[in-house]
Design a protein. Structure first.
Length: 480
């Protein structure tokens, strides 16, 4: 066999033990929004009160109806051959008021059924505790701005470990804290609070502490007997510099620190603290704004100890990349608080835009570079890619979803390069999403599923797309 062939083969075969999964989240698929004692979440409330915020004015009252049809979902996951299923637990379904002293037994029963059904079919559950659907009552108490939330979350986490930890061995505490924080800054996500340049930092601060408290509860009370693994799920784009100038290179690195480093540095970094670029630029901006104190909070020494190292692996979520140039003036740009950067999606180097979802440029090499960034910055932690996927407006998506297949193929190729050439320790990959589900303020307009859901049928008929078959054969052969 020639060398070229053997390296070619090597490149295409996934490492032994590599795990393939697929994911959904509670609000996006379950429906049954007020069934069997479930409490109201902030997403239930906002789309009911302000339907004009949703692209097609739909809500998730029924969604994919997975609350009733979960057995069908499991059957499809099994048929496609996935090793694990990443789903989230709706906090208000288990604890209608958010506080742990009032448990909704029927909600607990639903998740017990789902977990048991998965295990019966040899599919490992990976559970996200919080995928954005905060109990509305906790929001009324201030949500993630109120420091009390860190204890509410710890008690919720403790209950989940106690109820499900005998069978669930992979846990994500919080899904994409950056996206949640944005809901307290520029209001593009529930709870849609406009405290731009302040609220997002405070919400993020409490999420980091809440995550760490949950992690420590596991360490102290459950790990010895349950032996599972716990982490937080962090999203990031890759930020390419616009030019090779020193300023743009620094701006691109700064933007990585501001997005991924915001949450990853305190947990995975050596100091248990926010990244240096955030400290420097936010402190500087706060001064410029005339404040006596920075809007970026500081951790106490006890909090540093709590947060630093609160992970068992790195759960990474990636979709797209962007292009960054330096902005010395730091002009106002929603999303990019205090970064002093200009960000552009449309200009991103080699990216291809086949999707109508504006932020979803296909830049597969950005995936490889992100994984390398994680390796270099955090000492090559074990990574599971917990979300990556392709969506389009539903009229352009369909059962013959070649664009989605191309996206997955090229992204997975780059992931293999990261593993084999760059030495990144990537152990798993979860396709987002199993189903065409409720896409937050996009409503049902854009679809990310590898399985089509027919919203005109009461039974929400599920039909695997071509991309589902792509995964089926990929998983069967463990080869690209
Ligand atoms: C994910 N980006 O968020 C969410 O976790 C899912 O619930 C959602 O359905 C999915 O996106 C598709 O929109 C993202 O930076 C966060 O490119 C960040 C990015 C993309 C998606």
């Amino acid at each position: 066999m020639s060398e070229e062939t053997s390296s070619g083969d090597r490149r295409q075969r996934f490492p032994d033990g590599f795990l393939f999964g697929t994911g959904t989240s509670a609000h996006q698929v379950e429906g049954a929004w007020n069934t069997d004692g479930k409490g109201e979440s902030i997403w239930d409330k906002i789309v009911h009160d302000r339907p004009e915020k949703v692209a097609d004015r739909t809500n998730a009252d029924v969604a994919c109806d997975s609350y009733h049809l979960y057995k069908e979902d499991v059957k499809i996951i099994k048929e496609l051959g996935f090793d694990f299923y990443r789903f989230s637990i709706s906090w208000p379904r288990v604890l209608p008021t958010g506080e742990a002293h009032i448990v909704n037994d029927l909600g607990v029963k639903y998740y017990n059924n789902l977990i048991d059904e998965l295990l019966k079919n040899n599919i490992q559950p990976m559970v996200t505790m919080y995928h954005w659907d905060l109990p509305q009552r906790l929001q009324d108490l201030g949500g993630w701005l109120n420091p009390m939330i860190t204890d509410f979350f710890r008690e919720y986490a403790r209950l989940l470990f106690k109820l499900f930890g005998d069978r669930v061995k992979l846990w994500n505490t919080i899904n994409e804290p950056e996206m949640i924080a944005i809901g307290y800054g520029n209001a593009t996500m529930a709870p849609c609070i406009k405290l731009f340049g302040y609220g997002e930092y405070l919400a993020a601060h409490h999420m980091l502490i809440a995550h760490a408290k949950a992690y420590r509860v596991y360490d102290e009370e459950f790990r010895p007997t349950q032996q599972g693994r716990v982490t937080i799920a962090l999203n990031s784009m890759y930020h390419f510099p616009k030019t090779e100038s020193k300023e743009d290179l620094e701006a691109a690195e700064r933007a990585m620190q501001f997005q991924l480093g915001w949450f990853a540095d305190p947990i995975y970094g050596p100091n248990g603290d926010y990244p240096p670029a955030m400290r420097e630029y936010i402190d500087k901006a706060s001064k410029k704004e005339g404040r006596s104190k920075s809007v970026l909070p500081t951790f106490t020494p006890e909090e540093v100890k709590l947060i630093k190292g609160s992970f068992d692996f790195f759960a990474f979520q990636h979709y797209t990349s962007c292009q960054v140039s330096d902005d010395p003036e730091g002009k106002f740009q929603p999303w990019y608080t205090h970064k002093y950067v200009n960000i552009s999606f449309s200009d991103c180097k080699s990216g291809k835009q086949s999707s109508h979802v504006v932020w979803l440029k296909e830049v597969p090499e950005g995936f490889r570079k992100s994984l390398k960034w994680i390796k270099d910055r955090y000492g090559n932690p074990e990574v599971i890619v917990t979300e990556c996927g392709y969506g389009d407006w539903k009229e352009y998506d369909g059962l013959e979803d070649d664009n989605r297949i191309n996206y997955y193929r090229t992204y997975l190729e780059e992931m293999m390069e990261a593993i084999l050439e760059d030495g990144c320790d990537v152990r798993g990959f979860a396709a987002w999403s199993l189903l065409d589900n409720y896409e937050w303020f996009e409503g049902l307009r854009s679809t990310f599923g590898i399985v089509h859901v027919d919203y005109s049928s009461a039974e929400r008929k599920r039909t695997p797309k071509k991309s589902a078959k792509f995964f089926q054969s990929l998983i069967a052969r463990r080869t690209l």
